[in-house]
Write a new protein. Structure first.
Length: 92
């Protein structure tokens, strides 16, 4: 994983350093995590959430509906997906 200083504008880290009083290393790590979170693709999100929701012992029908609803709340512009499309991303 790249460091936040390599991917985040130094100006952002300087601003956060001034306004939060947090340690620069902590700020760098937090910004890096945020950038990583928001760079996830729709496909990677679907696969990750499927695994998480399976771990909660949910059935696939409920999982697919939940993932479909969650896609609209994410930062990427995901097209509306049918349960069949979600299933095909997961199982190929």
């Amino acid at each position: 994983m790249q460091t936040a200083e390599a991917t985040a504008p130094g100006e952002l880290l300087e601003h956060l350093d001034r306004t939060t009083g947090l340690d620069r290393a902590l700020l760098t790590r937090v910004v890096d995590e945020i950038l990583s979170y928001f760079s996830e693709t729709a496909e990677a999100f679907i696969v990750r959430r499927h695994g998480e929701l399976q771990g909660e012992k949910l059935k696939n029908e409920e999982i697919f509906e939940r993932i479909g609803a969650e896609l609209g709340m994410r930062r990427f512009a995901a097209p509306a997906m049918t349960m069949r499309q979600i299933r095909r991303i997961i199982y190929g």
